[in-house]
Ligand binder design. Sequence first.
Ligand SMILES: [Zn+2]
Length: 310
Amino acid sequence: MVLRHMVAVLLLYLLVLPARAGELLAAEPLGDGVFALIGETGARSYENHGLNANFGVIDTPEGAILIDSGASLEGARLLADRAQALTGKPVKWVINTGSQDHRWLGNAWFRSRGVEVIALARTVATQRTHGLAQLDGLRGVLKERLSGTEPAYASRVIEADAAKLVLGGRAVEIRYFADAHFPGDAVVWLPGKRIAFAGDHVYVDRLLGVLPQSDATSWLAAFRELEALGPAAIVPGHGRVTDLAGARRDTGDYLAFLTEGVERFAEDMAGVEEAVAALGDAPRFARLANYAELHRGNVSRAYLRVEMGR
Ligand SMILES: [Zn+2]
């Protein structure tokens, strides 16, 4: 009985793994020509081209809209191929939701082909600050697959914090709420379908990372504004497509746990060691991938950020 079970599991792996290996990003149709491209929740690797994140494709009669451009020229080409395969049309517009490498370092590939790359000025400002360091960070991972990749910025920079665009006849909004994973992170909102491409505002299945440039407190405020939109579906920056309840469970509740916790300790001037000792165990969130690697560092960076701001 046990043996038969083991054989069945082995067969399943043999059948499923090769099919998945060829498909770097799983396409999830959301109806009406809208697709999420779901990347691995693990780390950047040579094999995944640094595309360990989610992207979006929206079909229009005039061409495809791609949400986020990948981490390299090579990654950009892969995303363009996927968009073409899903819609039968080349990418005509790219929108950057953020400034972490895989959100925008593929811009140059699209710009050199005359694609309009759109981003908020706030997002571009952060890209300008971090671009060269991000390229350095990718070099050891992507090796020759990074060659030719250079920072390139949006051809259409939006100074406001919100924009209502019509691209190929489709209403597409870009919204900035507050600085989140990176300063200037934005959400792409499809008002008709109530779909939010949340970029790095939302992580599901895996724990979010509070980086030195992240602000957990304003990130939570941004998350509350995303909630207020009342999305029917959320394409997170990382993890499977979800709804509001799923986004709350894996991101909103975690940010609330972090910020409430560290504010309490900072108020008492407890010090970072004491905050990490007290908050470093969060069994509610231990089911999320990367919890062991990231949680204690998240507490410490969130604490230091709050202490700095006091
Ligand atoms: Zn990310």
